[in-house]
Design a protein around this ligand. Structure first.
Ligand code: THU
Length: 141
């Protein structure tokens, strides 16, 4: 699936954002190895620290549906004039499932997009540097 289509899906997903505190909508479209796509939106909470970003919503939706192999993620921030990159918590969570060469794209309403990789966004990741790390057999629960 091409990047424009994924961006359109991410933008559409941002429409479901629950963001009464920041008024900052975010949508994410996660492309699975099998070609399927799972989307997510940010879900805020009045206890601010419990907010779940769009990227983590998408990962939860996909993993809950039985997917674990992802080739890329596209994030849309329609309320920003500039592209907003995934937060540190999301980088950590994405790195659990996306390999260093997986594509990561984030773009704003104004059309500017940043294209990078998981490895660029989250370098020196012990999980991958250790050759898969513990409990990385796909059949593991
Ligand atoms: N947010 C995301 O969902 N993803 C990002 O990549 C950046 C930030 C959310 C968290 C919060 O609901 C709002 O955007 C403002 O930070």
């Amino acid at each position: 699936m091409d990047q424009d289509k994924l961006f359109a899906l991410a933008l559409d997903a941002s429409g479901a954002s629950y963001s009464p505190y920041s008024r900052f909508r975010v949508g994410a479209a996660l492309l699975c190895e099998d070609g399927s796509v799972f989307t997510g939106a940010n879900v805020e909470n009045r206890s601010f620290g419990l907010t779940v970003c769009a990227e983590r919503s998408a990962v939860s939706a996909a993993v809950s549906a039985g997917r674990r192999s992802f080739v890329g993620i596209v994030v849309a921030t329609p309320d920003a004039e500039y592209p907003v990159s995934p937060c540190g918590a999301c980088r950590q969570v994405l790195s659990e499932f996306l390999k260093p060469d997986a594509l990561v794209v984030f773009g704003s309403s104004a059309g500017a997009r940043v294209e990078t990789t998981m490895g660029e966004l989250f370098p020196h990741d012990a999980l991958h540097e250790l050759g898969g790390g513990p409990r990385r057999d796909p059949t593991d629960p």
